[in-house]
Write a protein that binds this ligand. Structure first.
Ligand SMILES: NC(=O)c1ccc[n+]([C@@H]2O[C@H](COP(=O)([O-])OP(=O)(O)OC[C@H]3O[C@@H](n4cnc5c(N)ncnc54)[C@H](O)[C@@H]3O)[C@@H](O)[C@H]2O)c1
Length: 308
């Protein structure tokens, strides 16, 4: 199949590109390289440096590449930046998604796979949260993802666009940017390997649901080749891991006994989060294969290799 991957030079979608290429597909990447790196992209994929909010530029790529399937991962991904510049977040995550959708319809794309987020849900009312859990995003980022989901459903109703919307938990793995705000495994690993004492915000009991990036890439492949309906599916492990447990796993993988520093909890962060992924298992036959500690080992090995 001819597959166009937006954001394919980024952390998650560069792994998806690898998986799609390995499965024998012809892959094209659209990325403005604002947060991506072309050296992450599989050499068998073609790269177009284009902003998804640039409608002429994106139309040219679709005209040339004529994709069968579009995998849409390009986004402004920082929660902090979404709050300080909600209009920039909306331009990429909402207007950019509308551009992608317009091109999908105009070019007869057979399926769209979209990266949404567990950030669309309200403060947890039960754990793990399933796809029917109340929605009430706490950030402009979460709102922009949910708005994009709404446009996808509108285009499905109006034009029959087939789609899979994935709501990810906290994705981690090799190539995650340790300079970012979300990749706490990569941040702790990079700091500990450089003998910097990591800081935990809060008392260490805050939980998140971590899922390894290669499990996410496999789910994207399954949705691309094995789906026929329109689905919204959580992807995580359904397991809560506390901040201290993350720190401890990274510390063990590196082989150090350093203790963390503690600082004030950051505002607006829920105390707990975990996603029920049984619908992804029913619909796609997907279950996560990588344990948290195996994933942490791979992150540490990757950073060690990079540092030489
Ligand atoms: N990392 C997570 O835990 C997580 C959780 C939930 C959802 N997601 C979603 O998964 C997707 C990938 O996230 P990631 O962690 O790999 O982030 P990332 O920043 O590494 O990847 C995003 C990519 O999009 C590109 N991009 C940004 N703006 C663009 C634009 N206007 N035009 C074209 N390309 C543009 C960036 O250059 C980057 O390569 C995003 O949609 C994100 O919202 C990620």
């Amino acid at each position: 199949m001819r597959i166009l991957v937006t954001g394919g030079a980024g952390f998650i979608a560069s792994h998806i590109v690898d998986t799609l290429v390995e499965d024998g597909h012809e892959v094209t990447v659209v990325d403005d390289l604002s947060n991506g790196r072309s050296d992450r992209v599989n050499p068998q994929a073609r790269v177009h440096q284009v902003d998804i909010a640039d409608s002429d530029g994106l139309r040219d790529v679709f005209d040339r590449e004529k994709p069968d399937v579009v995998n849409h991962h390009a986004a402004q991904t920082s929660v902090r930046h979404s709050m300080s510049g909600p209009e920039i977040d909306a331009r990429v995550n909402i207007i950019g998604t509308i551009n992608v959708l317009q091109n999908c319809v105009a070019h007869g794309v057979k399926r769209l796979v979209f990266a949404s987020s567990g950030a669309v849900y309200s403060e947890p009312q039960y754990i793990p949260m399933d796809e029917d859990h109340p929605i009430a995003p706490k950030s402009a980022y979460g709102l922009s993802k949910y708005t994009a989901e709404g446009y996808i459903r509108l285009y499905a109703d109006a034009y029959g666009l087939r789609h899979t919307v994935f709501r990810y938990g906290n994705v981690f793995g090799p190539r995650q940017d340790p300079g970012g705000e979300a990749g706490v495994v990569a941040i702790f690993a990079e700091q500990l390997l450089n003998e910097i004492q990591p800081t935990i915000f809060g008392d260490g009991t805050k939980t998140r649901d971590y899922v390894f990036v290669e499990d996410i890439a496999r789910a994207n492949l399954m949705a691309t080749i094995g789906s026929s309906g329109n689905d919204t599916l959580n992807l995580a492990r359904g397991v809560e891991v506390s901040d201290f447990e993350v720190f401890d796993a990274v510390r063990r993988a590196i082989g150090t006994t350093v203790e963390p520093l503690y600082s004030d909890k950051r505002p607006g962060e829920p105390d707990r989060s975990s996603l029920d992924c049984s619908r992804a298992e029913q619909v796609l036959g997907w279950t996560p294969q990588t344990t948290f500690s195996d994933g942490v080992d791979q992150v540490v090995a990757h950073i060690r290799l990079r540092q030489g």
